[in-house]
Design a protein around this ligand. Structure first.
Ligand SMILES: Cc1cc2nc3c(=O)[nH]c(=O)nc-3n(C[C@H](O)[C@H](O)[C@H](O)COP(=O)(O)O)c2cc1C
Length: 148
């Protein structure tokens, strides 16, 4: 069982809802989970998770939602190394935008830069294909996190 920081970026509540469902699922699987809706880097570092799980939508033109941007910038500036730790990103987006899942891409790149190990290739959930992103995210999470 793992200590998991669940870090959310959401504008209209879709990614937030997926995160709440994920919290229930993963807690039920026995993981110790903290949900960060207004993530603050120091809070996450104090918790000391072995997995950083990011669930974020994309806004603007490939931009990171406002509630997640300060966290992203703080990680970028302070560069806390994730050596030996894992991360996973679930990106909600809309493939009618050229910048499909741009926020998820930016988070993923940054977490790789700080030397995190990607647990599984980023999951991209397309609003053009599914109206209920939790139906895609939860089975994926259940599968990816079964062995940690
Ligand atoms: C103003 C606006 C801009 C958006 N820009 C993008 C984008 O650049 N790339 C993308 O993949 N999706 C984009 N989307 C789609 C959202 O990321 C997608 O609908 C997501 O499911 C919304 O999740 P949320 O409710 O958590 O904010 C945009 C949506 C809106 C309303």
């Amino acid at each position: 069982m793992a200590k998991i920081a669940l870090i959310v970026g959401s504008v209209y509540g879709g990614a937030q809802y997926v995160a709440e469902q994920a919290q229930a699922l993963l807690t039920g699987m026995g993981h110790e989970l903290m949900l960060y809706e207004e993530p603050v880097l120091d809070d996450v570092l104090t918790f000391g998770p072995q997995l950083w799980l990011v669930i974020t939508s994309t806004t603007g033109q490939g931009d990171i939602p406002d509630n997640l941007l300060p966290f992203y910038l703080d990680v970028k500036n302070r560069f806390p190394l994730l050596t030996g730790k894992q991360f996973a990103v679930i990106a909600l987006g809309d493939s009618s935008y050229e910048t499909f899942c741009g926020a998820g891409e930016q988070l993923r790149e940054l977490l790789l830069e700080i030397q995190g190990t990607e647990l599984a290739p980023m999951l991209r959930i397309d609003a053009c294909e599914t109206l209920e992103p939790e139906n895609v995210a939860l089975p994926w999470l259940e599968q990816q996190l079964r062995e940690i």
